[in-house]
Design a binder for this molecule. Structure first.
Ligand SMILES: *Cc1c(COP(=O)(O)O)cnc(C)c1O
Length: 385
């Protein structure tokens, strides 16, 4: 097989479109120049459209976790009551951050493979009116579960608490109406559905959140959002902007906005539907139930006779295909197929056809074509039914 022919199908970093790579090959200009201020103004405007917000949206030079830390460092005071809602690895990370900044954290674990139960959140907020911050994950990448952020946003809006949502792997793949749903702080990152290399993160801040941020006493320097707000008034960032990445960001945002947000979400939904149908066609079990299954990444339970990580090794060695494995308690038990960002129908077909062949090599008898056929049926609709 051809050693360099690779198919990257993990939930970040994801494939980068040629148009983005091309934009990133432009010469560097000074990050304080008038020319670059123009770029930042333009890009921020486009970013706000994807965030569906009139709030400030900041571009940070960091990975997604940096922006999660920025959210917590600016919102959580030592001793503040924090409600951390978790469905997996990234919910736990948000909790850990809140603890490190001295939050008094009430950790509600809905379990790996399950979504947030709004009835429980409502009860918590009723019983604890002193909760200052609620933390949640839009798309739990570790389990392929997506949460009802509309319901959560509208619920938390009735209380004093501010809502911060980790949308690192979900924004630009799954609808998130920041303003309409009252999500105070939305965090995302470059290397998932935004189709960029790793290195940038984004964070939006509502008026309700600014009131908390202005009174915040937690120690911070690089991630001080009040400094970011001061700089953005001059279309600058507080410290050196990753100029090249911002060029790429503009190209990616143009692609997203030209396709149209609703079409982008519909494409992700279709790819998720086809992936799930294919997996079931192979007789395998999905981790997430249908009603909360992620549009951006599908987690699959490995068959009893197959170790998920061995399967992934065979996929890479023999077919050049990379799936993600399970994290922590899911290690060896699940594998995850991403269909986010620069992904379309044939990425799903490649994923499933390689999976069918690799399963056979690992001792699971899957009928060749049984999964691919199900995916194709989703794509062609009733035409060949
Ligand atoms: C990838 C991811 C992160 C972490 O982003 P890094 O860029 O690796 O720091 C956080 N939350 C979610 C939901 C993610 O998928």
């Amino acid at each position: 097989m051809m050693k360099d022919k690779k198919y990257l199908l993990i939930p970040g970093p994801t494939q980068v479109p040629p148009r983005v790579v091309e934009a990133m090959s432009r010469p560097i200009i000074g990050h304080r120049s008038a020319e670059f201020q123009g770029v930042v103004e333009r890009v921020t405007g486009k970013l706000k459209k994807v965030f569906q917000t009139e709030n400030h949206v900041f571009i940070l030079g960091s990975s997604g976790t940096g922006a999660l830390e920025a959210a917590v460092a600016n919102l959580v005071n030592p001793g503040d009551k924090v409600l951390a809602l978790s469905c997996g690895k990234f919910g736990e990370r948000f909790r850990d951050l809140a603890k490190i900044y001295g939050g008094e954290v009430d950790f509600v674990d809905f379990g790996w493979g399950y979504d947030i139960d709004l009835n429980i959140v409502k009860k918590k907020l009723e019983e604890n009116p002193d909760i200052k911050v609620v933390l949640a994950t839009q798309n739990e990448t570790s389990t392929g579960v997506q949460n009802d952020i509309e319901g959560l946003g509208k619920l938390v809006a009735q209380y004093e608490a501010v809502l911060a949502v980790d949308a690192v792997s979900g924004l630009a793949a799954i609808d998130l109406k920041t303003d309409e749903w009252h999500v105070d702080v939305v965090v995302s990152g470059s290397q998932k559905a935004f189709m960029l290399p790793p290195g940038l993160a984004f964070v939006s801040v509502s008026d309700k959140a600014w009131k908390k941020i202005e009174q915040n006493t937690s120690p911070k320097y690089y991630f001080d959002l009040l400094k970011a707000k001061k700089s953005i008034a001059k279309w600058n960032t507080a410290y050196t902007t990753p100029v090249t990445m911002v060029y790429g960001l503009e190209a990616a945002l143009d692609m997203i906005l030209e396709e149209g947000l609703d079409n982008v979400f519909a494409r992700h939904k279709l790819l998720a539907k086809a992936t799930r149908a294919a997996i079931q066609g192979l007789g395998l079990e999905l981790l997430a139930p249908e009603d909360c299954a992620s549009m951006a990444v599908t987690a699959v339970q490995a068959p009893m006779v197959v170790d998920a990580d061995t399967l992934r090794k065979v996929l890479l060695r023999d077919y050049g295909v990379t799936f993600a494995g399970g994290q922590d308690m899911m290690k060896g038990k699940i594998f995850r197929i991403a269909h986010m960002g620069f992904a379309d129908k044939m990425d799903v077909i490649i994923a499933i056809s390689a999976l069918e062949m690799a399963l056979g090599k690992c001792g699971y008898k899957a009928e060749l074509g049984a999964g691919v056929r199900e995916a194709q049926m989703v794509f062609v609709g009733g035409d060949h039914a």
